[in-house]
Design a binder for this molecule. Structure first.
Ligand code: BES
Ligand code: ZN
Ligand code: ZN
Length: 501
């Protein structure tokens, strides 16, 4: 879908569906909605009344215009209560509008900029949100469907944003561009997770990373298991032992023009399938375990657009990707293994594999002394129990840093909720025979057990761990897209890397 800006009045634009909006319980129609109503001789006011349309956030009403204006139909979207209106309302309204236009079989849609007239919201943010959400809400993965089962290609091809005021065009254009970039990055992450483990192997992830690096002129290194062994990555390789798929350790580097303000490491968990290993998962817990590489999809998705975004920081992306399988050579409960930084780990549960792979991924990048480390990982079921699929778990060794990530995530519509790490939690991963165990207190604070383990490898570098296990997969569609893999993390990373440093 193309998004274009037209320096024209809303009511004069030819299209299949024209999207306008309405705050809850408003009596007078003003702004763009008012202008369209006037052009239609008060038709909108009349129908709103007749149909009892209240303007609840995300509700929609479609009306035929019978040739009174160049738009064939008008869709009214509810914006909810004016006092509660914020960027998240803009997103919900945008998604509802575009979905309704799709239902009306529109090919060309023109939309009002939700929130642009409300005063509180920056026009650039409004344009970004509308563009981003419209693309993401219509996301559809049908690569594996037979031809006759694919959705007919009647998709919306053009979204026109109309703005009569010349002074605002530049900002809106910038918002559209950014929204388009973010949606593209997140869609790539979704594609990667949705594809499934039979083809989305560590080798394939490495090939995608290579392609992205080439297209973006970024430095890339892909280490095979032999190279990892030489570096002493006993932890990552232990997890990989149970699978026939060769593991890959991927490093991509971005350096900005001029002196970088900081060097930030972004690390993504990349388990292409998590069977649990010998500590085998029950069948139903395995159903969604192709999504255990969502962290890697998020960091790779982010790197895929980094040249276009041009952040002023140096970035090192690390993905240590492997499958976690119970093959004959699989690592076992009781095994003691050694990570690249020399620390030893007593494995008590082979299903707590993510942290074990991250131990080497982080040990590797710590040697480069980055200023900050962010890891994204579908790390624990406990985090899903605690926070569901509506927010990500944030854990940290540096509160100021975490505050910024939490703000960046919440702003971008990826909710972040912090869980505490106390010294008592740190004690829970002590081992009798090694430096640590890979589990923790049984049945208690599972998300934090994972975090305090990873913390052992970050040295004294400011670090934020984002457990995305919940939001990486949704069971019901939301404003950002259909059920299934979400590509969560991309929006937080992009917002943080470009606006917070
Ligand atoms: N990949 C899982 C965590 C997960 C669970 C992600 C549900 C998404 C949805 C992780 O590797 C895992 O299995 N963790 C264990 C750790 C436990 C054995 C200490 C868990 O959370 O049960
Ligand atoms: Zn696991
Ligand atoms: Zn896992």
């Amino acid at each position: 879908m193309k998004v274009i800006l037209k320096n024209q009045k809303l009511e004069n634009i030819p299209c299949d569906v024209l999207i306008i909006n309405l705050f809850e319980n408003t009596k007078t129609l003003n702004g763009g909605t008012g202008a369209v109503d006037t052009a239609l001789d008060g038709l909108i006011k009349k129908i709103i009344k007749e149909d009892g349309f209240k303007g609840k956030l995300g509700s929609t009403l479609a009306i035929r215009t019978n040739g009174e204006i160049p738009a064939k139909k008008v869709v009214i979207v509810g914006l909810g209560e004016k006092e509660k209106f914020d960027l998240s309302s803009v997103r919900k309204a945008s998604a509802a509008g575009i979905r309704c236009a799709k239902k009306e079989k529109a090919k060309t849609v023109c939309s009002i900029l939700h929130g642009a007239g409300a005063g509180k919201i920056d026009i650039k943010d409004a344009a970004q949100a509308l563009t981003e959400v419209s693309q993401l809400a219509l996301y559809n993965f049908d690569r594996f469907k037979s031809k006759d089962k694919k959705e007919p290609k009647k998709e919306i091809q053009t979204l026109i944003i109309a703005e009569a005021d010349k002074d605002k065009l530049k900002d809106i254009e910038a918002g559209i561009k950014r929204g388009e970039i973010v949606a593209r990055a997140q869609s790539l992450a979704r594609d990667m997770v949705t594809e499934s483990a039979i083809t989305m192997t560590p080798t394939k992830i490495a090939n995608i990373a290579r392609k992205i690096a080439k297209e973006n002129k970024l430095k890339i290194k892909v280490l095979d298991s032999e190279a990892c062994r030489k570096l002493g990555m006993g932890a990552f390789l232990a997890v990989a032992q149970g699978s026939h798929e060769p593991p890959k350790f991927i490093e991509i580097k971005y350096t900005p023009k001029g002196k970088p303000k900081k060097h930030i490491a972004i690390v993504g968990k990349g388990i292409t399938f998590d069977s649990g290993g010998l500590s085998l998962k029950p069948a139903n817990s395995m159903e969604t375990m192709k999504d255990d590489m969502s962290g890697s999809a998020a960091v790779i998705g982010t790197m895929s657009v980094i040249r276009e975004l041009q952040p002023k920081v140096a970035i090192t992306m690390i993905v240590a990707t492997t499958e976690n399988m119970p093959g004959g050579k699989a690592y076992r409960p009781g095994d003691v293994i050694q990570a690249m930084n020399g620390k030893t780990i007593e494995i008590l549960n082979t299903d707590a594999e993510g942290r074990v792979t991250l131990a080497d991924a982080i040990s590797y990048v710590v040697k480069q002394k980055p200023d900050e480390i962010i890891d994204l990982a579908t790390l624990t079921g406990a985090c899903v129990v605690a926070l569901g699929d509506t927010s990500n778990g944030v854990m940290t060794n540096d509160q100021k840093f975490a505050d910024k990530i939490i703000k960046a995530g919440n702003e971008a519509g990826e909710r972040m909720w912090q869980l505490p790490l106390y010294d008592e939690d740190r004690d829970k991963i002590k081992s009798d025979i090694a430096d640590m165990i890979n589990t923790g207190s049984k049945g208690k604070s599972g998300a934090q057990n994972g975090a305090v383990f990873i913390e052992k490898f970050v040295s004294d570098i400011p670090w934020v761990h984002i457990d995305i296990a919940g939001p990486s997969w949704i069971d019901k569609e939301n404003e950002y897209g259909p059920k299934g893999p979400t590509g969560v993390g991309v929006r937080t990373l992009i917002n943080y890397l470009t606006n917070y440093v």
